[in-house]
Design a protein around this ligand. Structure first.
Ligand SMILES: Cc1cc2nc3c(=O)[nH]c(=O)nc-3n(C[C@H](O)[C@H](O)[C@H](O)COP(=O)(O)O)c2cc1C
Length: 205
């Protein structure tokens, strides 16, 4: 596989590529092959992880299994609402040729609170989004009620009481070239702290 070696390629080029990342929709074929996927998940393992708890769980669902997942979604939606005929749920599961379910297994730890373990999974998921983008694929992280439904979580194999589903990364090749979205200026969200903020300023919010 042709992948730039971090030691020889321009790091600035990689940064430039990250500056172009955005969620892509709609997504079609092709999807990453086995080698590419393995690389993508290795990049996920580069996420910071306090106390090495390895809280992430990723489950790939490829067409035709996406249709099975659609039935799981539809059954869960019907259980939540007897009027729900499952149409939206089925199309939610089959809207892209591949989904990566993003799961977390929370370990009991005196040192690492649940929020840190969630953040670690979020960081790993972000690495997946970036890696897919750098390989030329598109992705979209979405959640919704089915993601938080215990029946869906269990059907995906996240059966422990300490396991949660944090959504799905939809994966494929963008079906159209989308315009680069404008982003906020980072300067608005970054401050240079030089010492305690006086009460008079802090109270202004
Ligand atoms: C945990 C999580 C769940 C999300 N769920 C949804 C969702 O259900 N539907 C949606 O339209 N966007 C959802 N988003 C936002 C999209 O992934 C995406 O960030 C947003 O559409 C903006 O696109 P961008 O990534 O190009 O900024 C979610 C993001 C995160 C981090």
């Amino acid at each position: 596989m042709n992948f730039p070696d971090a030691t020889t390629s321009s790091n600035r080029e990689l940064l430039g590529s990250l500056l172009n990342r955005q969620s892509q929709w709609p997504l079609g074929l092709p999807i990453p092959d086995a080698d590419e996927l393995s690389l993508v998940f290795q990049v996920a393992m580069r996420a910071p992880d306090h106390s090495n708890l390895k809280p992430w769980r990723f489950i790939t669902v490829r067409n035709p299994a996406t249709h099975e997942l659609g039935e799981v979604f539809a059954a869960a939606a019907l259980k939540r609402n007897a009027q729900d005929q499952g149409k939206a749920s089925r199309s939610q599961a089959t809207a892209a040729p591949m989904l990566i379910a993003v799961g977390v297994r929370i370990s009991v730890s005196d040192k690492v609170p649940e929020i840190e373990q969630m953040l670690s999974v979020g960081a790993a998921a972000m690495n997946i989004l970036n890696a897919l983008h750098i390989l030329g694929y598109g992705a979209y992280w979405a959640s919704g009620q089915n993601s938080y439904d215990p029946d869906v979580r269990r059907a995906l194999g996240l059966t422990g009481d300490n396991e949660r589903l944090l959504g799905f990364i939809y994966v494929g090749t963008p079906s159209k070239i989308s315009r680069l979205k404008a982003r906020p200026s980072a300067a608005e969200f970054v401050t240079d702290w030089l010492g305690p903020v006086p009460d008079s300023v802090a109270s202004r919010g």
